[in-house]
Design a protein around this ligand. Structure first.
Ligand SMILES: [Zn+2]
Length: 398
């Protein structure tokens, strides 16, 4: 991810810090340093009988410990996921806490439930232990600033971890509670139905949060979180609907089998002329088989006055990700999302280019399948008409 740097590796998972996280870290140092108390619990160092520099030092230490506990929350999710064979690519600490990037989230209800609940449970346990430690330290009866500071630190870490556990158990995507709700619903209906219901709950909660945020004297932070919840819930629904509607569909059924290709010795100028006439933004580069991919953004590598001198081979991507025609469409979409690419050349077992598929092709397919489900009297339509499609002709060469 852009603006992130790596700080280490735990359970074999690389841990990254996003620059946005440093901003929130500083914000928390400030909040802890000037904080007073809530419901009789000291959640800041304001009343610590010491100079400002000591209070800020304690504020900083508390912020670091608190974010270590957020990391523990993410690691708990990841640990359970790894046990179910899910690959975790990385964990990134960013503005809204931590995010674990997983190859796929298990769709078996029981597995998702255990994975989702592991995080809040960890936060709750950390919160309770911190409170107990705070009581023990407070019972020492020491009047030194250091001991009192540690007592407050434990209180803050305990308070925010319990708050974090509670907040994450709200039954709204993308919070863990949303996943818990979805997996609970999925035991009595399909995964897609369960997702749609859970998303509806999340949207309702987001709207309620905005109303409450406005009525309670305009709470900007609450409104930002509500918007975030709303967007993420919709995104979750979209992803699930796509995967479900592409069940049983292979890349061959979605791809375009007539492919405009270019030769590596084509000039960049000629390439741009081809783009103008065919209105596509990316082409497979073919010279006795696929040798690369070239896209509109690649042409920016060449100054416009040199476009007639430079060749496609100078600007093309050589390390090309391809798909086999038999690859399930849902898999292909996943690959495209992970690698952040918008088109995949389709290559058969003999290495021959047989087609090309874009994100748009998949979305079009999803739209058609959705619409067809609604008109079909017989329920879910079969894929027989696709299976009867003749094999793709060889691509035209230029
Ligand atoms: Zn979580």
């Amino acid at each position: 991810m852009n603006g992130s740097f790596r700080i280490g590796r735990i359970f074999g998972i690389p841990i990254y810090i996003n620059l946005s996280f440093l901003f929130i870290l500083l914000l928390f140092v400030w909040v802890f340093s000037v904080g007073d108390e809530v419901l009789g619990v000291r959640i800041g160092f304001l009343n610590l009988d010491a100079g400002a520099e000591v209070r800020y030092l304690f504020g900083g230490a508390t912020a670091v410990v608190f974010f270590a506990t957020i990391l523990a929350h993410e690691l708990a999710h990841s640990y359970v996921a790894i046990r179910y064979g899910v690959k975790i690519r990385h964990i990134t600490l960013m503005i809204f806490g931590g995010v674990a990037s997983m190859e796929e989230i298990p769709s078996k209800p029981g597995q998702e439930l255990k994975m989702a609940i592991a995080g809040p449970l960890t936060s709750l346990v950390i919160g309770i232990i911190s409170y107990l430690m705070m009581i023990v330290v407070g019972g020492l009866g020491s009047s030194s600033v250091e001991v009192e500071g540690i007592e407050i630190l434990l209180g803050i870490v305990g308070f925010y971890n319990i708050l974090l556990a509670g907040f994450n158990m709200l039954p709204a995507f993308p919070m863990d509670g949303g996943r818990v709700l979805r997996s609970f619903l999925a035991t009595r209906m399909s995964h897609v139905e369960a997702t749609k219901k859970a998303v509806a709950v999340a949207k309702g909660m987001a709207i309620a949060m905005v109303v409450f945020g406005v009525l309670a004297g305009f709470q900007p932070f609450l409104i930002i979180i509500a918007v975030f919840v709303y967007i993420m819930a919709k995104e979750e629904e979209r992803a699930t609907v796509i995967t479900a509607n592409l069940e049983g569909v292979t890349v061959r059924q979605v791809m375009a089998d007539v492919v405009q290709v270019v030769h590596p010795d084509t000039s960049v100028q000629q390439l741009m002329d081809v783009m103008l006439t065919t209105r596509s933004k990316g082409y497979p580069v073919v010279d006795n088989g696929l040798v690369g991919m070239v896209t509109l953004s690649d042409t920016n590598k060449v100054p416009k006055n040199e476009a007639h001198l430079r060749k496609v081979r100078d600007i093309m991507t050589v390390d090309v990700v391809t798909a086999a025609p038999e690859l399930p469409a849902a898999e292909a979409i996943k690959i495209m999302a992970q690698r952040d690419i918008s088109r995949l050349p389709v290559v058969d077992f003999s290495g021959r280019l047989v087609g090309i598929v874009t994100k748009k092709d998949f979305l079009k397919m999803v739209e058609i399948v959705e619409a067809r489900k609604k008109v079909s009297v017989w329920g879910r339509p079969g894929w027989d008409q696709f299976q009867q499609r003749p094999p793709a002709p060889p691509p035209p060469q230029t």
